[in-house]
Design a protein around this ligand. Structure first.
Ligand code: AMP
Length: 634
């Protein structure tokens, strides 16, 4: 049995040129799989019976999900992350924790207190991110920022396969609700991608595990995928069989629990220590908190292999150098409530899947935070000392599975891919509000998708001609305690005594986990449809189109910036050569004067800091170049 990890290493040795040659044999760009993570993203492609995890321009197999705006350009990935200390207010990360949520949600409010960038309440309670670029304040939706990361992943793939990539499978946490899924899909559209399917992250990881172990599999195997990443936690229970059937039995999780929360607890502890020691409060000191967080994250990683790690920051606040040591035990104590929550979710998932611990044959670890020894220990103890499966790469498995799915959906004929069947479930119950704020469940959680169900509702008052259909996702009995997905009005109901007119509601969840609800007045046949667009919390088609155009505009601006920067550099070179020539003492006095004048004039022109047109820079460059090479002909 070759483990995934080993296979990744083997495939690394294929050169880009060989890969391109192979890709061209089949013709047409392959579809890619993208794991859009809270902290890191990863892209992969299936070609010639194997998965390639595609390295980015820095040679890294995962890419930071960061975007930054400087006064001259827009940066995505490593470039953005590396300049955070200089430019914290315009450096964006963790946007996945905000996407598809409302600004007023408590979780969003908690998060934005710790973010160094500004998030405001946009129209319809959508969070909007404020940045300053070229002295102008600009607002971005979370979809736009996520689209910049997806676009980067698309470009990483294109550089590798040597073709324009259009089609992609994108992963989302299993526990994402409809609004978060829709918003992610919109982000992909803005990035110029056609989403073949959105699949759940743990399901993708299970596919990676299953494909890798297919040859050694006999009969059925019940597996738990425990996926603890930077911002989200998902647990899925699947049955995988030898013919390539992946059947999700149940999912549970929390879209707001992950490594970021562990870092934040460490930061809070440091803030307390600082207060005790120096009687100064760091709350709201965004730069200091940002630096602390980066150091705590590093210390957290160290604590996965060492029992102590120090956090040291020079001049953290008001000239004070701060340092403290975290023991592994302290880290575990600070985060124990989160770890316990993960185990509770696992228990509830097992119950939903009608399984006991003893039924589980394999526990697969996915997501960077599963490297934490305490998490592994608690899991192992939960399963009575069972060995955990660590032979799939926790950072790459999700993109791996997504790429397998992308190959399947684009008609790859490899037997294993063609025969693979994946059955997923919906993580949350879907309900329609009935009289008295009651959540009437129309599709229960953990129902296999795609699914379509019809329910009849009757009027609750005499001669009622209008009714509002409000659609919620969640598990609470009171509708308003759940998440409002949208609502629409059904009008034109023929007057009749209460309970007589029937409204037939058809609720559908597609393969992507996205819902549609249609209502029909049975006696007249009049139909209304809930397109989530008519709920204000989502981008409209026009918004998405505009953002796609804006993204193109950014591309043009970036290219212009690059051309200009190259031209400036060229001019700098010319000045250098001219200066050298003047110093060489072999220029006749007449030409020397000309040269000195040109040099002084260009240096003055450059130092006044004006942003010049490209043509002007090029003209000056050409003049200096000719002057330094052929002074006698001037
Ligand atoms: P992911 O979303 O799967 O990319 O996971 C990223 C999260 O994993 C971040 O919060 C990282 O800080 C965390 N992480 C990565 N490596 C380690 C490690 N060795 N120990 C603890 N946490 C880690």
């Amino acid at each position: 049995m070759v483990s995934l990890h080993q296979r990744f290493i083997l495939t690394l040795h294929i050169s880009v040129r060989t890969y391109r040659a192979m890709a061209n044999v089949g013709g047409g760009a392959p579809a890619i799989g993208i794991d859009l993570g809270t902290t890191y993203s990863c892209v992969a492609v299936w070609k010639h019976n194997r998965i390639e995890i595609i390295p980015n321009d820095q040679g890294n197999r995962t890419t930071p999900s960061w975007v930054a705006f400087t006064n001259t350009e827009q940066l995505v990935s490593d470039g953005a992350k590396n300049q955070i200390t200089k430019n914290p207010a315009n450096t964006l990360f963790n946007v996945k924790r905000l996407i598809g949520r409302r600004f007023s949600e408590a979780m969003v409010q908690d998060d934005i207190k710790l973010l160094p960038y500004r998030v405001i309440q946009g129209p319809n309670d959508m969070p909007k991110i404020m940045v300053t670029q070229m002295e102008n304040e600009q607002q971005f939706s979370t979809e736009e920022i996520s689209s910049m990361i997806l676009k980067k992943m698309k470009e990483v793939a294109e550089a590798y396969v040597g073709q324009t990539v259009k089609n992609a499978v994108i992963t989302v946490p299993a526990y994402f609700n409809d609004s978060q899924r829709q918003a992610t899909k919109d982000a992909a559209t803005i990035a110029g991608l056609n989403v073949l399917r959105m699949i759940n992250e743990p399901t993708a990881a299970a596919i990676a595990y299953g494909i890798d172990n297919m040859l050694g599999l006999t009969g059925k195997r019940n597996v738990v995928v425990f996926d603890l990443g930077g911002g989200t936690f998902d647990v899925s229970i699947l049955t995988i069989d030898e013919v390539g059937k992946f059947e999700v039995k149940a999912v549970a999780g929390d879209t707001h629990l992950g490594g970021e929360d562990f870092d934040n607890r460490m930061v809070d502890y440091c803030v307390e220590e600082f207060k005790k020691k120096y009687e100064m409060d760091l709350t709201g000191k965004k730069r200091a908190l940002g630096r602390l967080k980066a150091e705590c994250e590093k210390a957290k990683r160290v604590l996965s292999y060492a029992t102590q790690a120090s956090v040291e920051l020079e001049l953290l606040h008001k000239g004070i150098d701060f340092s403290m040591t975290f023991s592994r035990a302290k880290f575990e104590e600070l985060n124990m409530s989160y770890f316990t929550k993960c185990i509770e979710q696992l228990e509830s998932c097992l119950a939903d899947a009608n399984m006991t611990k003893g039924n589980v044959e394999e526990v697969i670890l996915v997501g960077g935070s599963t490297r934490i020894p305490k998490v592994q220990l608690m899991l192992q103890e939960f399963f009575g000392g069972k060995e955990l499966c660590k032979n799939i790469n926790p950072d790459e498995a999700v993109a791996y599975g997504a790429a397998v799915m992308a190959a399947k959906l684009s008609g790859d004929t490899t037997k294993m891919i063609k025969e693979m069947m994946v059955y997923d479930v919906t993580p949350l119950s879907l309900g329609i509000e009935t009289k008295g704020d009651i959540m009437t469940v129309v599709i229960g959680r953990n129902t296999r998708v795609p699914v379509k169900k019809t329910h009849n509702f009757v009027t609750s008052e005499d001669n009622q001609t209008v009714t509002r259909m409000a659609v919620y996702q969640g598990e609470r009995s009171k509708s308003t305690d759940n998440y409002l997905m949208g609502s629409f009005t059904v009008s034109g109901i023929p007057p009749a005594p209460k309970g007589v007119s029937v409204i037939e509601a058809c609720s559908e969840i597609d393969d992507n986990g996205i819902l549609t609800v249609t209502a029909k007045i049975v006696s007249t046949g009049r139909t209304e449809k809930l397109t989530v667009n008519n709920y204000g919390g989502r981008l409209s088609k026009q918004d998405v189109d505009k953002m796609m155009k804006d993204a193109e505009k950014f591309k043009v601006e970036d290219q212009q910036f690059k051309r200009k920067a190259q031209a400036y550099n060229g001019l700098d070179d010319c000045i250098y050569h001219l200066r050298k020539k003047i110093r060489s003492n072999d220029v006749p006095p007449k030409d020397l004067k000309n040269m000195q004048y040109a040099l002084a004039e260009t240096t003055r022109w450059l130092s006044n800091g004006r942003v010049a047109e490209l043509e002007e820079i090029e003209r000056r460059k050409k003049y200096l170049y000719l002057l330094s090479r052929f002074p006698f002909q001037k």
